[in-house]
Design a binder for this molecule. Structure first.
Ligand code: HAH
Length: 349
């Protein structure tokens, strides 16, 4: 009798393992996409990802450019792309201080006359109602409020038009309206610099007070716009623990790992240096080792892009400076960082 050889492992055949399979029992694996990349990056999306987040297409300015004008085409195209593939969609984002049109905050379209509180809240409700109801059953989780916490100083809340006009109740109301519009959707508070201890405590305090008042918040989104040097793994651990102690889910919502330190303003690199890629691999290994420790509370890990040929970091924080923050290179090949992450995935039975 001939023996059936045991199936070769991916490592033996040199085949690339699939991220979504590697983490199947841990969390959803997502990528931010746009109208271009659902075509140009379909190769990788089809293989590795089971969740997408529209990068800009569901922001207020994209969906609702004027009071009686909604523009759903681009968002619909992404939702259709996901539906055809059985992928999950994270909705991003309902209430934010950026990419929100001026008409929302002004009276009769006059930028010098601020809208009154009732008008602003009625507009917010109309927006949330319309958008959340439209994508019921397609969008499983919403970033309801994005970046409402202040980075520096003693203030908890960021000084925004939402806060100035509507007062701090705007946050609770946004979650209540979203819950009313889709009781099945998971509702997230999402922010960046989420591992800095001072800001972490503000985010924790905000969500805690919302929960104490019975506001429907189901998760905290950690954007995870990180780099080669910060944050430290211990600060990430502390943040996940603190957020999870509220009894809510945690998702990594916008992960990328810039090859530049915060003060690095070089613009002359055509390729990442070997040292950058080596450090990046090590950083991704550290990060995913921490995520694995918290696989019970982390329900999604989304990257802010698919491959290094298209990333918002090419324009931020330095204009026209190439960055290489993701797991796949500019030619869509897995990087050393990808292999580090794949090796950390749970061994399959
Ligand atoms: C995120 N902000 C936003 O949530 C996302 O919608 C956008 O596409 C990219 C990044 C991060 C951020 C920023 O934009 C400006 C300053 C600090 C942090």
């Amino acid at each position: 009798m001939e023996q059936t050889p045991a199936a070769a492992t991916a490592a033996e055949t040199g085949a690339t393992p699939k991220l979504r399979e590697l983490f199947r029992e841990d969390w959803l694996v997502g990528a931010a996409v746009n109208r271009d990349t659902i075509v140009s990056h379909a190769d990788l999306l089809d293989v590795h990802f089971n969740s997408v987040t529209p990068e800009n297409e569901m922001k207020f300015a994209s969906l609702h450019p004027a009071e009686n004008v909604y523009a759903f085409d681009d968002a619909d195209a992404i939702v259709r792309f996901a539906r055809e593939r059985g992928m999950n969609v994270r909705g991003h984002t309902l209430v934010w201080h950026n990419q929100t049109p001026d008409w929302v905050f002004s009276e009769d379209g006059d930028p010098d006359r601020p809208a009154d509180r009732d008008t602003l809240l009625a507009r917010m409700k109309a927006h949330i109602d319309t958008v959340v109801r439209r994508y019921r059953g397609d969008v499983y989780a919403w970033d309801v409020v994005n970046e409402a916490v202040a980075d520096e100083g003693p203030d908890v809340l960021r000084d925004t038009k939402w806060l100035r006009i509507a007062g701090e109740a705007y946050i609770a109301k946004a979650f209540e309206y979203a819950h009313e519009a889709d009781p099945d959707a998971l509702l997230f508070y999402n922010d960046y610099n989420e591992c800095q201890p001072a800001k972490r405590e503000k985010i924790y305090g905000l969500v805690r007070s919302l929960l104490e008042r019975g506001v429907p918040v189901h998760g905290i989104g950690m954007q995870a716009h990180w780099n080669l040097f910060t944050p430290a793994p211990n600060d990430i651990r502390a943040a996940i623990e603190r957020y999870a102690s509220l009894g809510v889910q945690v998702q990594i919502t916008e992960m990328d790992v810039s090859v530049y330190g915060h003060e690095d303003r070089r613009t002359d690199l055509r390729e990442p240096t070997g040292e950058m890629l080596r450090l990046q691999e090590e950083r991704y290994r550290q990060f995913f080792a921490v995520f694995r420790e918290y696989r019970d509370v982390i329900s999604g890990v989304t990257f802010w892009g698919v491959a290094d040929d298209r990333t918002w970091l090419d324009h931020f924080p330095v204009r026209s400076r190439k960055d290489w923050p993701l797991l796949f290179d500019t030619r869509h090949r897995p990087k050393a960082a990808f292999r580090a992450v794949a090796e950390l995935a749970r061994p399959k039975p």
